[in-house]
Write a protein that binds this ligand. Structure first.
Ligand SMILES: [Fe+2]
Ligand SMILES: [Fe+2]
Length: 427
């Protein structure tokens, strides 16, 4: 008997080392994750291994509800049943086990969900069991809190197995497993909080850029969703050109800044419905340099990219653009991408000095300007991804420009302009 007890203790000690190893490894791995869905998937996988159980469900707290995020169940998966609980939510109250745990912030370790202790404030809903011909029995429900104790989610494990590696009979969850899963859930809660904070910072940065752009747009007539659309076209082209997702995310914001220099362009030039004189056009050109000067000293990658774009989005592949007359790949890829995205959207939109062009005419223009105005490779990418381009166009429809003139006037070519005046003015 004594020998048996000793063996059990040795087994416990070995198990403890395994659990701790898993806990440390998962803590390191979780810390590397920057995406909520990926984090919760990793949590579920690790919890299943640690809990040696048949199933696991993860909920994320969202206001006063728990929102279902994912569920895993080995038994149902082996039968080819895929649990679908998309858009499923539970109120955070005392009526369900998960709601109870989110409210009390304490774990629940239930031996049999069909035989809850008398007086239990929550009940078990058997409908999913019935639907899948499944029998839930033991359940371990753990709150996922951040370091301040705020509940961010709930981890729910079903049917602990007595054997090793997902074998054996369904038995209650041992208390030491509960302890390790609480530690795992806490690790996940801290990482989840960090991800949420990073998302909030990112979101506030986006808002700040949009406000900044809007402030410069008040001065301009190019309203009606131009910024949203051209930013998305730019990201699409930039991605297809081979840049990674992180760079595309920077592009998403940076592209919006292409015309911030227009804040210094006089209204008499910017809002002039008719043609620009050569002198006025020289003033208009300065928005590229002004935008660059405003943004160039910034440390953040997206403001640096914004400076590059502001400076180079009117350069042309053949060297006839401004302000520096750069040619070919001397023009940064960011400027070449935005040049096409910006002009395409400008031609498709009504402006104070022109009507929107029919889409076929716009496509002809883009094709005709390949190798002169635009990088031929980017024009090719544009036409290879036309479905996505048109989807963006539909998704963010244009509104009418704000102007005192009700109808656009025909524009004559300003002296010295060789390219379509709409491109020169509109972009
Ligand atoms: Fe511009
Ligand atoms: Fe623009």
């Amino acid at each position: 008997m004594a020998a048996k007890n000793k063996n059990l203790k040795n087994q416990d000690a070995e198990d403890s080392v395994d659990y701790l190893t898993l806990l440390v490894a998962s803590g390191l791995a979780l810390g590397e994750v920057a995406d909520t869905d990926e984090l919760l998937k990793m949590l579920a996988d690790t919890a299943m291994t640690m809990g040696n159980c048949e199933g696991c469900t993860v909920y994320e707290a969202d206001g006063d509800v728990l929102r279902f995020k994912l569920t895993l169940n080995r038994v149902l998966e082996a039968r080819g049943v895929k649990a679908s609980l998309k858009n499923y939510t539970l109120p955070i109250d005392l009526k369900t086990a998960a709601g109870f745990v989110a409210t009390s912030k304490k774990p629940l370790n239930i031996n049999d969900v069909y035989n809850l202790p008398a007086g239990s404030p929550f009940s078990f809903n058997p409908s999913i069991d019935v639907m899948n011909n499944y029998r839930s029995k033991s359940m371990l429900v753990i709150p996922m809190c951040d370091s301040k104790g705020t509940v961010l989610g709930v981890l729910q494990l079903i049917n602990h197995l007595s054997g090793e590696s997902f074998t054996g009979e369904v038995t209650p969850f041992p208390s030491r497993v509960e302890g390790y899963l609480k530690a795992l859930s806490s690790q996940c809660g801290v990482v989840l909080r960090n991800i949420k904070m990073a998302d909030e910072i990112k979101q506030s940065r986006i808002e700040t850029v949009k406000k900044f752009v809007k402030a410069s747009e008040y001065h301009d007539t190019d309203t009606g969703g131009h910024i949203e659309r051209m930013s998305r076209y730019s990201v699409l082209l930039y991605r297809e050109l081979g840049f990674d997702e992180a760079s595309c995310e920077v592009m998403r914001l940076a592209a919006m800044l292409h015309d911030v220099g227009k804040i210094s362009t006089p209204d008499a030039v910017l809002k002039k419905p008719g043609r620009l004189t050569p002198d006025e056009f020289e003033i208009m050109k300065l928005h590229t340099v002004k935008g660059y000067e405003v943004l160039r000293d910034a440390d953040s990658p997206f403001l640096q990219m914004g400076a590059t774009i502001a400076y180079t989005h009117h350069e042309k592949w053949d060297g006839s653009g401004y302000p520096r007359g750069l040619k070919g790949t001397d023009i940064p890829a960011e400027g070449r991408v935005v040049a096409l995205a910006d002009v395409f959207d400008a031609l498709c939109s009504r402006r104070v000095y022109k009507d929107a062009w029919p889409i076929d005419k716009v496509f002809d223009e883009i094709r005709n300007c390949s190798g002169s105005h635009f990088d031929p490779q980017i024009v090719e990418i544009f036409f290879d991804n036309l479905d996505e381009v048109l989807e963006i166009k539909t998704q963010f429809p244009a509104t009418q420009p704000t102007t005192e003139t009700s109808k656009p006037k025909p524009v004559e070519t300003a002296q010295g302009e060789e390219e379509p005046k709409e491109i020169k003015r509109a972009s």
